[in-house]
Ligand binder design. Sequence first.
Ligand SMILES: [Zn+2]
Length: 509
Amino acid sequence: MEVCYQLPVLPLDRPVPKHVLSRRGAISFSSSSSLFGAPDPRQLSQRRGAISYDSSDQTALYIRMLGDVRVRSQVGFEPERRSSHPYLCIDFRTLHTRLGYGSMSASSSPERRVHRLLSFQRYLHSSRLLRGIPQQIPLHILDEDYTGQARCMLEKVGNWNFDIFLFDRLTNGNSLISLTLHLLNQYGLVELFQLDIVKLWRFLVMVQEDYHSDNPYHNAVHAADVTQAMYCYMREPLLAKSLTSCDIILGILAAATHDLDHPGVNQPFLIKTDHYLATLYRNTSVLENHHWKSAVGLLRETGLFSHLPAEDSLKMERELGSLILATDISRQNEYLSRFRRHLDQENLSLSNGSHRHFILQMALKCADICNPCRPWELSKQWSEKVTQEFFQQGDIEKKHKLEVSPVCDREMNTVGNIQMGFMTYVAEPLFAEWTRFSDTRLSQTMLGHMGLNKASWGSLQQEQPPVSVKAEPSSPGTDAEGGAAARRDGNTATGGTSSKELPQGSRES
Ligand SMILES: [Zn+2]
């Protein structure tokens, strides 16, 4: 038997009952039946998308990215004030005030009941429809030319300069579905795993929909971009010759779902606003746990793997989790040290399943933060988008008189200074090790782009010097590293990050 991967210790280490998991996206705290007046389990099962905190729990409170207080108050439950902070639960709809969601009342109208069935993103869609607001991007039937061009692009899906933004436009905003389906087909995985095409389609549509299209950065296009990068890495000679079909399907699905239902704010924000997800996951890899559990919820809801033996599909879910959890940038040093150790000792053996899994984790980590390694035109767009999301969080923090997170203050930062810090302290060390592992043309191309992009940001910085960051209250040297890393993918970073940035449960294993 091969050694199992080092799975993080999670509060959710037991199988979750079917009736609970079918409620995708909700989270159950151990609750007493009185809260729901001992409801009929069948009614509960209609609340799609739950994750149970306690496997014996039959009476889940329905909690998600928004509306916690309202939903809880419906059942007469006053949320505990765990801290002295006046903003116990910031309504995530404040992120979308420009769309007019800020004025929803807390009444228990029939619409509100509908919201409880939906993921955050689907809630926004339904809210738009209920309020008579037309969809922002009306669906048109695409001209044959567009689909033709998209198909053409897919023939070169392994190119590092693949323009995901163009591909997204050509597919009418369906880049994630189109790309993932294409890759699964290309590898023959649909046939091999005997995937039901209707279930697969439904799964991919739901995955794409559960990304928040209003997030400037953490949206389905980012997921598609990461999936494309992951594909490029899995094609690298060392991996291509050793990955099994199981590894490949996991790599693709993990990339496609790794930021599922991302709220567009980072973990410190969830912690300081006492968000329930932070409590549920004990302030540790809060977002990544949520992305994983949301992905598992969709897998179960669509029954994509329901034809596989239970132990196989459970193993898939577990490994999907360990891949997604590896994208927690606050644990970067831990992964990087292990990677270095293996490379120093030259003891990586890709015939060993746990080693292959570790390399997949490293590949996904690289794919997730590969923006600085893309050609300038693509890289620049990503940089602007991620900064926009940081600043959006900073604006919310200011509005609610919370301490503004590093790199989230638009008065104190520029796109360039955030990027310079991120490249220096986060991306370069990771890609340097990756190149040691796989010193190929692709790796050299990536390092080459990163060098050029850094120089470009440097010269732009000189033309337009950044606003001083000295007023930032965190410890010196943390802005670039901790800050950029922290916000990069919605997390805090280790190594040089001020302690106030670290999640309380930040750890060890
Ligand atoms: Zn990501």
